[in-house]
Design a protein around this ligand. Structure first.
Ligand code: 0RA
Length: 646
């Protein structure tokens, strides 16, 4: 580097810096959440967040993210470039401090507006610590500067390597196999979802994602460009693309309230579900928090006032509840908070008190204006709210029936449930099984100590298209509530779940491995996602994976879960091997079902997770809603292995 750093001092300083870096390598989960698929992808988000910061500060509008052939990642931006001058306190280049010192954060002057910052906001040095190799290139003030690192250690001082008339930072890193033992393979779809989300949340930025591992017919790399001119209102249209709007426009606003940047967008559709998505500093706050409370408060007070004044409520014999204003609502709230306090189980609940009134005021102003200017839409919304209130009234009776049955434990369990003898929920499993005959086999095959069986009749109700009271009146669904022991519903939030009496910590969906079976599994998942989302978020929901084939020869037999495995077995067994295709669970006997699908020693359970709330919502509404073409497209695209990640 050009600053006169002497070699000895360089070494002394880097020893200090390494202490924090060693800690990252010792306890990576503390910094990036986990060392599985999520953590692996988090590395990319961490670097991109720095580029987004540059964009928010007004210096950058282009970001490129490339998955290289070897699963290393290159990110490039056209920001100012990480400073390369001498960092007085550390005695080395600022670039080296940013890359090798934990907590340096990057921005040295406290005034600079840092709001982005990843789930844990740990900075790019953390990515460096967890990479077997990393190269940083800075384009700044007419010159190019470079430094290389291995497992967070600089290999040499920053070097000036050329001239350039552009500005920006390029980082290439390869996640360390010593840290990421589960997988090193990047998922294009996962990165694409996050880049799309970032583009909507930060309008005006262009993000190009390229996958050098995948080419089309013309030999071009798989690539997508994400850019949003309008931000959240476009995001709403994307999320709601398979739902039918009931008002003319997306209602949206963007502004500063008490020094807090607030953006809100919402629309009403013909569905019965409520879809609220909230973000703080570009982080999806799954557990909500003060900004979401502010949104609800602003929405409820403003609509209530408007409805009261409209005279439309005069004939209504009961009160309207908070819930009623949110049926068929899709909304996004995004705030930027300088010092966010995150609370809750997964640290995704905003705690800052001051944010509630900021968002509530913003929403009230936005809505008042819209209702004033669009009287027809206003009337449509109020009528929808009244319908929701009436339906809720009807639903209450049905719900109280569920409640009464659930609360009375002992005699209250559904007759179809074959319960287990173990009492400790942490050790209990319940299999939701399609059809009575498969249910019978499962009942014989299970270990009755800790495995319970609940057979479900044929196709369960598609809750995506049903009003709430129909859902609560449905017998199969009521059986699920009672069997699981979860109770529901306060007047404010009719779907609020109480998991205190949950009777099983593994809820396993077990369906045939064919199209019908997948459909039924999806129906059950849709129900769980819309009505028991906490179960999924707590990691209690699983999908069983029964085999597709039995390959036999003489006394030898093996199971296969896909065609490849089957073919390999046939080859292994040679002439005279016999293949049986299982069309359904019912074709297996109890022992086979236990061996392949239920025995904890050998089975594969796929845990259901929600990678991305907006994407999950969009996919469920598409899969279970009215429009056929997007559903067909999705199914065709994902035909081999429809992993909807939700
Ligand atoms: C430290 C200070 C400044 C910018 C950055 C770091 C920075 C980091 C990254 C990481 C990826 N892209 C980045 N772009 C910038 C402020 C720069 C200044 O004051 O000139």
């Amino acid at each position: 580097m050009s600053d006169s750093t002497n070699q000895n001092q360089y070494s002394a300083d880097s020893i200090q810096a390494l202490e924090g870096m060693e800690h990252v390598r010792m306890r990576p989960s503390m910094y990036i959440g986990d060392v599985g698929v999520r953590g692996l992808h988090h590395l990319v988000y961490e670097v991109v967040d720095n580029s987004i910061d540059e964009a928010l500060a007004g210096y950058c509008d282009q970001i490129r993210v490339t998955i290289n052939e070897d699963n290393s990642i290159t990110t490039e931006d056209n920001g100012r470039g990480i400073p390369v001058g001498l960092h007085k306190k550390e005695g080395v280049s600022a670039l080296e401090v940013v890359m090798t010192k934990i907590g340096a954060g990057g921005k040295f002057d406290k005034d600079s507006y840092k709001v982005s910052g990843g789930l844990h906001g740990v900075g790019v040095s953390c990515v460096n610590a967890l990479s077997s190799s990393l190269q940083a290139t800075v384009y700044r003030e007419g010159k190019i500067w470079e430094q290389q690192y291995e497992r967070g250690k600089a290999l040499a001082p920053v070097a000036e390597t050329g001239t350039s008339d552009r500005n920006g930072t390029t980082v290439t890193f390869k996640p360390d196999p010593e840290i990421f033992k589960q997988t090193l393979e990047y998922s294009y779809d996962t990165l694409a979802q996050r880049m799309r989300e970032l583009a909507y949340l930060n309008k005006g930025i262009t993000i190009v994602l390229t996958d050098k591992r995948t080419q089309d017919d013309k030999g071009e790399d798989l690539s997508e460009t994400f850019h949003s001119k309008e931000g959240l209102s476009e995001f709403i249209r994307f999320l709601d693309q398979t739902r039918e709007p009931i008002i003319g426009h997306v209602i949206s606003m963007e502004g500063d309230k008490n020094g807090i940047p607030v953006e809100v967008a919402m629309i009403y559709n013909t569905s019965f579900s409520e879809n609220l998505h909230s973000y703080v500093n570009n982080i999806n706050t799954h557990e909500g928090g003060t900004h979401l409370s502010g949104f609800r408060r602003g929405l409820t007070t403003t609509l209530k006032k408007y409805a009261d004044n409209s005279g439309l409520l005069d004939k209504l014999k009961f009160e309207i509840a908070g819930d009623d204003f949110r049926e068929g609502l899709t909304a996004i709230v995004s705030v930027k908070v300088a010092e966010p306090q995150f609370e809750g189980q997964t640290k995704t609940k905003l705690g800052n008190r001051e944010v509630t009134s900021a968002v509530s005021q913003a929403v009230s102003e936005m809505l008042e204006n819209y209702l004033e200017e669009n009287p027809n839409d206003a009337k449509t919304i109020v009528q929808k709210v009244i319908l929701a209130a009436q339906a809720r009234h009807a639903a209450r009776k049905a719900r109280e029936m569920v409640q009464r049955k659930t609360v009375m434990s002992g005699g209250g369990l559904p007759g179809k449930l074959s319960d287990c003898s173990e009492q400790d929920p942490a050790r209990c499993e319940v299999f939701l099984v399609e059809g009575d005959s498969a249910g019978g086999t499962a009942k014989q095959g299970r270990d009755r100590n800790f495995q319970a069986i609940l057979p479900l009749r044929g196709k369960i109700l598609n809750v995506e298209k049903a009003m709430q009271h129909k859902v609560f009146e449905n017998e199969e669904i009521r059986n699920i509530y009672t069997a699981l022991g979860v109770t529901i519903g306060t007047e404010e939030d009719s779907k609020a779940l109480n998991l205190e009496k949950l009777r099983y910590h593994k809820i396993v969906i077990m369906c045939d491995a064919d199209v019908d079976g997948s459909h039924i599994a999806t129906l059950i998942l849709t129900f769980l996602f819309r009505y028991m989302r906490e179960l999924i978020e707590s990691g209690y929901v699983y999908i069983a994976t029964p085999p597709l084939y039995l390959v036999k020869k003489g006394a030898k037999k093996s199971y296969a879960w896909n065609d490849d495995q089957r073919d390999r077995l046939i080859q292994e067994y040679g002439q005279g091997s016999n293949v049986q295709r299982y069309k359904g669970l019912g074709e297996m006997n109890a022992e086979q079902l236990w061996d392949t699908t239920m025995n904890p020693e050998d089975r594969t359970l796929r845990q259901v997770t929600i990678e991305n709330g907006g994407e999950a919502d969009r996919i469920f509404s598409m899969l279970m809603g009215d429009e056929v073409p997007p559903r067909r497209e999705f199914i065709e695209k994902n035909a081999v292995y429809a992993n909807i990640d939700a």
